[in-house]
Each structure stands twice: as C-alpha cells, then as structure tokens.
Design a protein around this ligand. Sequence first.
Ligand code: SAH
Length: 196
Amino acid sequence: SDIGSQKERVVTEEEWLQKWEMGNIGFHKEQGHPLLQKYLDVLLNGRSGLRIFFPLCGKAVEMKWLADMGHSVIGVEVSEQAVKDFFSEHSLPYCEEPVPEISGAKMFQSTSGNISLYCCSIYDLSSSIVGKFDGVWDRGALVAVNPRDRQRYASLMIDLVEKNSSYLLVTVSYDPNKHKGPPFYVPESEVKSLFG
Ligand code: SAH
C-alpha cells in the first residue's frame, strides 16, 4: 500500500507561499462549498452570533458568507497574499496590525470588525491568543496538514473549541493506491482516533 509513503511527505510553508505566488491554487473555489450549505444547520444549531474558525483558510469565500449571516469569522493562513486577496476580492476594507504574542505574525481585520485573519502558522495559535470557537469549517485543512503534524493539529483544534461547538470536517474518500493526492489521504479510522 502507498499510504505509508504519504506519511513521510512534507509540504513546507515556503512551498505553500510559492503556490500562492505562482497561482497554483486549484484548491480555491469561487463558489461556496455545497456541503457547508447542506450542513449549515449542524454547524449553527439554531445559534446566532457565533465565533467560527477557518483553519488554513486560504481565501475561502465561505468566510464572507458566514460573516454576512452575522457571525464572527476568524481564520489563519500563512500566505499574506491569500489574506489580502480575500479582502480585495470581496471589496472589504481592512486594517493590519501586529500580534504581540506571536513574533512576525499579523492580524488583518475587516473594518467592520467581523472578519479577522491571522497571517502566521496555525501552530503559533493557542486559545489564550485567539479565544475559543463555537464552530469550525475544516475544508482543505486537516487534509492539507503534513501527516507527521496531524496529532498536533488535532490537539490544537480540540483546545480551540468550546464544549458545545460543532466541527464540520470535509474529507475526500479515494483509493490512496490509485491517487497520490494532494490532499493527503486521511482514513476515517484516523479521523476517529484524532478527534475521538
Ligand atoms: N481552506 C481553504 C484553503 C485550503 S489549502 C479553502 O477551502 O480554500 C491549504 C491552505 O493552508 C493554503 O492556503 C496554505 O497556504 C495554508 N497553510 C498551509 N500550512 C499552513 C500552516 N501551518 N498554517 C497556516 N496556514 C497554512
């Protein structure tokens, strides 16, 4: 089986920045994800004014969508280009400030205050810096994390969510012996062992 060989594979932050620079961002979709639409009620569970987290957010259009519904959206993304593209493509004015707790990190916030995107590695975040979230939209995040970092990623996510939160995780079911990815292959058994 090839699953083993994926385990060693590493995509560096530098490589991600290059993908953004070269426009190799086939993962970005202009249309909102149909599964978010479908499972929106599971995410919101009748609640309003939630804090919703987008790990490894890219310039996901669903952030605008949830913000327009009255929720606070917080994202994290290593590529400053992605973050700036997000705001400019939606014609959203924003301001930019350093994050005192994280050296080199910046926080980009819409002037209206309801979208805050941290430009740094997700591993720099903790609940003491960003607080806890009521909901998570994980599309192209767990499956983009290097296999060796999955446990660390899952532990962090568990630290970042409130007790009564909902976590929507998009995975792709495929035969890892036929397709190399990306994204990485995350078997359902591993999702269960990571998140319990
Ligand atoms: N969730 C987005 C993007 C998925 S692609 C969407 O649905 O379109 C994964 C993104 O994670 C890329 O934009 C990449 O630049 C970013 N990324 C990769 N490693 C990261 C890390 N350690 N911390 C923060 N962002 C990261």
